[in-house]
Design a binder for this molecule. Structure first.
Ligand code: B12
Length: 209
């Protein structure tokens, strides 16, 4: 348990070497993957709160993000541990204008761990790029992530474009990210909203049993 609070502290301070050391210790101590994840996201919430209060700035966000990513690399194999045969295909990306990818990567890892093949389009993905990927890969699910209130609106554009291209009944659409909600998901006509990576995997398994 002490190891986990060290992990939270290292990420909140943006200290990559300490974060990696703490996550390795937590794994060696057989901490549950979910507890490790929770202590990492708690650190990001902390730095986000400080940013909101004007007590932390973009460089701090970046450093914490880097520490979180570095630590996450070590947790990924645990998340993928239960992988069996491929359940279906997922195209995932962070929407246009948005560079946040930590949550998306986490969702990707959880889905991969649940047996989905992942096509990750990365960050700042335009509506056209999403559409092209759907045409090229014919996924079962399209996942979109947005962390900014200013970028979440382009999720609606993608849903509309998927409809116009006649593909809406061929793909389920899941949305998520801190500013996104169930009511927003309903409003734009997505098939589901997931609050975190776990619920993303649960939803995906429900949609593609
Ligand atoms: C790290 C960070 C950054 C890093 C990103 C690094 C990276 N590679 O991702 C950097 C420094 C680049 C950054 C930049 C900016 N950021 Co920033 N950032 C954050 C911070 C602190 C953490 C985000 C994070 O990684 N959280 C941890 C992950 C694990 O959580 P998550 O992303 O929410 O994902 C989970 C769920 O949402 C869900 N989920 C996510 N995606 C999906 C998708 C699907 C399909 C499903 C089902 C679920 C799902 O599952 C995930 C895992 O559990 C947040 C604060 C916060 N607490 O969210 C601010 C925050 C998002 N940033 C903010 C801002 C304002 C900015 C900037 C505009 C700052 C600036 N002035 O330049 C820029 C914008 C750059 C851009 N164009 O995108 C604001 C947004 C405010 C708003 N409501 O719009 C926040 C909320 C900070 C704040 N409190 O003010 N940021």
């Amino acid at each position: 348990m002490a190891g986990l609070s060290k992990l939270t502290e290292a990420i909140a301070k943006g200290n990559l070497p300490d974060a990696v050391e703490a996550v390795k210790t937590a794994i060696a101590d057989n901490e549950a993957a979910q507890d490790i994840m929770n202590s990492m996201t708690a650190a990001m919430d902390d730095v986000g709160r400080r940013f909101e209060q004007g007590k932390a700035f973009v460089p701090e966000l970046l450093m914490s993000g880097r520490a979180m990513k570095g630590a996450l690399e070590h947790v990924k194999p645990l998340l993928a541990g239960s992988k069996t045969s491929m359940r279906g295909k997922v195209v995932i990306g962070t929407v246009k204008g948005d560079l946040h990818d930590i949550g998306k990567n986490l969702v990707s890892s959880m889905l991969e761990g649940s047996g989905f093949e992942i096509v990750d389009l990365g960050i700042d993905v335009s509506t056209d790029k999403f559409l092209l990927a759907l045409q090229e890969h014919s996924p079962d699910i399209l996942c979109m992530s947005a962390l900014l209130t200013t970028t979440m609106t382009s999720m609606k554009d993608v849903v509309e474009a998927v409809k116009s291209a006649g593909l809406r009944d061929k793909v389920k659409i899941l949305v998520g990210g801190a500013p996104v909600s169930q009511s927003f998901s309903d409003q734009i006509g997505a098939d589901g909203y997931g609050e975190n990576a776990n619920s993303a995997a649960t939803l995906a398994k429900m949609l593609v049993p």
